[in-house]
Design a protein around this ligand. Structure first.
Ligand code: UD1
Length: 422
């Protein structure tokens, strides 16, 4: 497995382009299952998670062509011939569960492996399943698989989510587009990736109102057609690279993306003393003098502070002036980066879902291990500010969600390289 070696202490200067959003693309791709006609996605990111979703859709009989060096995905489900999403693929990526709603809605049956837990928490799929049941699906859990049926098709229903789950909202939204009658999703997630999905579904002919609010209403239609849709920019990648000059010092223009989609994150960054200035093509971020200030953060559903930026923000707080309290409210076990940051000299105490970080003057490079996607990138960011060499091992998690990190940071002057290993 590859490692990334960072030698810290260099200020960053330059521009970093932002790719299409992984999390949007992973829900847009299964939308192909709703229609016989082609779906073309532009601005797709080049990531291993996208390749995993490609393999999953191909295993169902869908065609997925990667064009323009992976920037364009041409999908078609006219030849769908298998309705079973196998454990071997699903276990690699939780977002695989997103094929369930569309397959069931179009053809009235689907069998999908349960994704199981993952490093950051138990992550059940009960909300996905109860939403589909509210639309008349009959579900049976057998041998680790969800067996779903809807004889005569799904019917519109009222779904009251106990928690505003992103994935469950996406699954239910896709399924409802082909259900007979009206479906209302209450306490729906409001993330920009859901807005992006709704826009794509609408281009395919779906009737949807209220995306981006906590009440989405869908009027089912008989069939959906083809569409071409541009994947929204990745707000988490954007936030991650905004933290790079904040941590290492210097000035970086992050190109593409919109800071409006970053919710509470931008306020927190500014409160820490980082300068954030919108430009014609993106946003200019700089920290020129001294240390950032310690700031408390609580992760929340959108538009609150995103859990997917918590690890990276913690990396910044490690060298802040003062003590900050970070509360993780979305996932129960998402502080696995803390022990690794401590190996680099950080002062962090974790109690349940709360981490207290007391800033130190300087981190020191160390060999560290990446345990999940956002944790991996937080260790790279920390390495930018550390004295000496940081070696981040097992970076395959990183490749699931960030394309060419070493090229993007390297272009801004960071001393960073990937070491290939057998
Ligand atoms: C998505 C994102 C992920 C992000 C997360 C929260 C994708 C591919 N992934 O994940 O990067 O961190 O949103 O913003 O878009 N839950 C249940 N039952 C369910 C579903 C979820 O209890 O049926 C719980 C989860 O265990 C978790 C919380 O709800 O504690 C949030 O999960 P959810 O919003 O569903 O996240 P994902 O869609 O899996």
């Amino acid at each position: 497995m590859d490692s990334i070696i960072v030698k810290g202490g260099t200020e960053l200067r330059g521009q970093i382009p932002i790719a299409g959003a992984k999390n949007a693309c992973l829900t847009l791709m299964p939308a192909t299952l709703l229609s016989d006609e082609p779906l073309t996605l532009t601005n797709a990111p080049r990531l291993s998670d996208i390749r995993t979703m490609t393999l999953l859709l191909q295993s169902l009989g869908a065609e997925v062509q990667s064009l323009n060096e992976g920037r364009v995905l041409a999908l078609s489900s006219h030849g769908l011939n298998n309705h079973k999403a196998d454990y071997d693929i699903v276990r690699k990526m939780r977002a695989s569960i997103l094929v369930l709603g569309p397959m069931l809605a179009r053809d009235g049956h689907a069998v999908v492996s349960l994704p199981g837990g993952c490093a950051i928490g138990a992550r059940p799929v009960d909300l996905h399943l109860t939403a589909l049941e509210a639309m008349g699906a009959e579900l049976e859990l057998k041998d680790g698989y969800v067996h779903a049926k809807a004889a005569g098709g799904l019917k519109g229903g009222i779904v009251d989510f106990r928690f505003a789950s992103v994935g469950a909202t996406e699954n239910a939204l896709m399924a409802a587009t082909l259900a007979k009658g009206t479906t209302v999703l209450n306490n729906a997630a409001r993330e920009p990736e859901i807005v992006d999905l709704a826009q794509c579904l609408r281009a395919m002919g779906a009737q949807i109102e209220g995306e981006g609010t906590s009440r989405i209403e869908i009027q089912g239609v008989d069939r959906l057609g083809g569409a071409t849709h541009r994947v929204v920019a990745d707000r988490i990648e954007m936030g991650t690279y905004m933290l790079a000059p904040a941590i290492a010092g210097g000035e970086v223009e992050v190109l593409g993306g919109s800071i409006e989609l970053l919710g509470a994150f931008v306020e927190k960054l500014e409160a820490a003393g980082v300068s954030v200035t919108p430009t014609k093509d993106g946003v200019l971020v700089s920290r020129k003098n001294g240390r950032v200030e310690a700031i408390d953060v609580t992760t929340e559903p959108y538009p609150g502070f995103p859990t997917d930026l918590q690890a990276q923000f913690m990396a910044m707080m490690c060298t802040a002036n003062g003590t900050s309290v970070l509360e993780e409210k979305i996932f129960e076990n998402r502080f696995m980066h803390a022990p690794e940051l401590i190996r680099m000299g950080a002062e962090i105490e974790v109690h349940g879902g709360t981490a207290t970080v007391t800033g130190v003057e300087r981190l020191r490079g160390a060999p560290v291990m990446a345990t999940d996607l956002r944790a991996s990138v937080s260790l790279i960011l920390a390495g930018l500010a550390a004295e000496g060499e940081t070696r981040v091992n097992r970076v395959y998690h990183l490749d699931r969600g960030y394309e060419s990190v070493e090229t993007k940071l390297g272009a801004c002057g960071a001393n960073i390289e990937r070491v290939k290993e057998e």
